[in-house]
Design a protein around this ligand. Sequence first.
Ligand code: CAA
Ligand code: NAD
Length: 290
Amino acid sequence: MAETTTTKETEVVGVVGGGQMGSGIAQVAAVSGFDVWLHDTDPAALDRAVRAVSSSIGRFVSKGKLSRAAGSDAMKRLRCTSNLEDLRDADVIIEAIVESEEVKKTLFSKLDKIAKATTILASNTSSISITRLASGTSRPSQVIGMHFMNPPPLMKLIEIVRGADTSDEVFLKIKDLSERMGKIVVCSQDYPGFIVNRILMPMINEAFHTLYTGVATKEDIDTAMKLGTNHPMGPLELADLIGLDVCLNIMKVLYEGFGDSKYSPCPLLVQYVDAGRLGRKRGIGVYSYE
Ligand code: CAA
Ligand code: NAD
């Protein structure tokens, strides 16, 4: 096993994927005092990420939750690149690209070659096996799930997922890093959907079935769950926030992983994704945001 750094030596954080999660994770890391390299293959995604981080930091500053100087320092600590090799000096690299095992595995194998021997490779995957992502690297003991919730700057939880070979030392370092980012940690074994999405996604899928079978309107389904169970958002609104493509990919992982028809994705969810109705990020999902 390669040697790992002590957490106190974790000063440079690499984030791969500058979408809604990657940009939010980069923001949390920069505000927490880390130097951050944010990489995306799509330069337009990096432009959107910088705008999103700047606007979110601006909201914290205007509410007095962050000083103007701290916000400006965080922006200076955030560097964007479309060259993955710029992440070579990162102590921890957090992957937040598309929820596809094949695409993530290819990335992990590239990161394994680029990163220092001591670097920890973390995945923000919502559901995919950390053990299988680790298996394509030469450092399975240094691969771990670090699952932030959406939106990362506001949500307190990080779900840490240990793969079959993740070392105790790496687990403790990621726990400590999460706490340095102001988060509260729970630990899950490496089974499909971990804790949060094992429970949340079947509820969202059931909300789609409730709509699909004409039990109620989308508005009534969301109002029922908001006012009836005190959820901050209804399940269909939340699906639009998460991204319907992400929800569908998670349901597929649950369905394939457990082989149980109760996890079969609702045909309406599948149809919306086929139609490109991916949620807020596309301006249309269950609801329209235009
Ligand atoms: N940056 C900074 N501040 C922000 C912000 C952002 N990106 N978004 C919202 N805010 C601030 C607002 O300014 C506002 O601040 P004040 O309360 O001080 O006025 C506050 O957050 C609330 O914002 P809004 O009024 O716009 O919206 P809201 O009250 O609905 O809160 C929310 C937003 C925190 C997202 C809330 O709706 C919520 O908790 N929703 C549920 C989110 C959730 O369940 N996330 C987990 C999804 S599952 C997951 O992530 C795992 C997975 O793998 C899919
Ligand atoms: P997103 O679609 O908003 O962003 C993904 C980004 O990754 C895009 O900018 C894309 O250009 C980039 N990308 C794709 N392949 C790449 C590659 N090979 N190298 C570099 N960049 C690449 O997706 P998201 O919602 O931010 O989700 C990202 C990850 O986080 C997924 O694994 C998802 O399951 C997980 N996650 C999502 C949520 C959520 O609510 N959306 C919550 C927790 C975890």
